[in-house]
Design a protein around this ligand. Structure first.
Ligand code: FES
Ligand code: FES
Length: 168
């Protein structure tokens, strides 16, 4: 069984109990995805599966046989930052940086959800596919990614600058 990880086929784990997060970190050496809580509460382990954001600590690697996983390492490199990574630098979107890979993967998935017209708890107009990326929408949609060190406003600013105009 194999999984497409950041564009390359990777042999999946023999043990079906291995979480996707452990597979990425321990088997593939992709330590960008972080293990914060290991129980679905912090978002530090967020990766993209077929373009959708998921918590890799709550997923089994074998669930993703033949599917595409993108981690922070697949979004950008030190020499070629993803635009959102660059915006995090410019807006002081991190202090400790531990939550940052999950924040960035989550925001990329979140922007795609908005584009598809997926509503959130704070979306007022449910009869339109054109949901604006407002500060409130970003705060609500990123609420599953915890930052404990005070970079939250910088994170929201970086996301807004990268993906949309502030419409509030
Ligand atoms: Fe997965 Fe915290 S490590 S949600
Ligand atoms: Fe440290 Fe977010 S940058 S918890």
């Amino acid at each position: 069984m194999s999984i497409l990880v950041n564009g390359a086929l990777a042999e999946g784990p023999k043990d079906p109990r291995v979480s996707l997060l452990d597979f990425l970190r321990e088997h593939r050496g992709l330590t960008g995805s972080k293990k914060g809580c290991n129980q679905g509460a912090c978002g530090a382990c967020t990766v993209l599966a077929n373009g959708e954001r998921i918590l890799s600590c709550l997923a089994l690697a074998v669930q993703y046989e033949g599917q595409e996983i993108v981690t922070i390492e697949g979004l950008g490199t030190a020499d070629n930052l993803h635009p959102l990574q660059q915006a995090f630098v410019e807006h002081d979107g991190f202090q400790c940086g531990y939550c940052t890979p999950g924040q960035i993967c989550s925001a990329v998935g979140m922007a795609a959800e908005l584009q598809r017209g997926v509503p959130s708890h704070v979306t007022h107009a449910l009869d339109t596919d054109n949901i604006g990326m407002t500060r409130d929408e970003v705060r609500e949609r990123m609420s599953g990614n915890l930052c404990r060190c005070g970079a939250h406003n910088g994170i929201v600013d970086a996301i807004l600058e990268t993906f949309a105009e502030v419409t509030e």
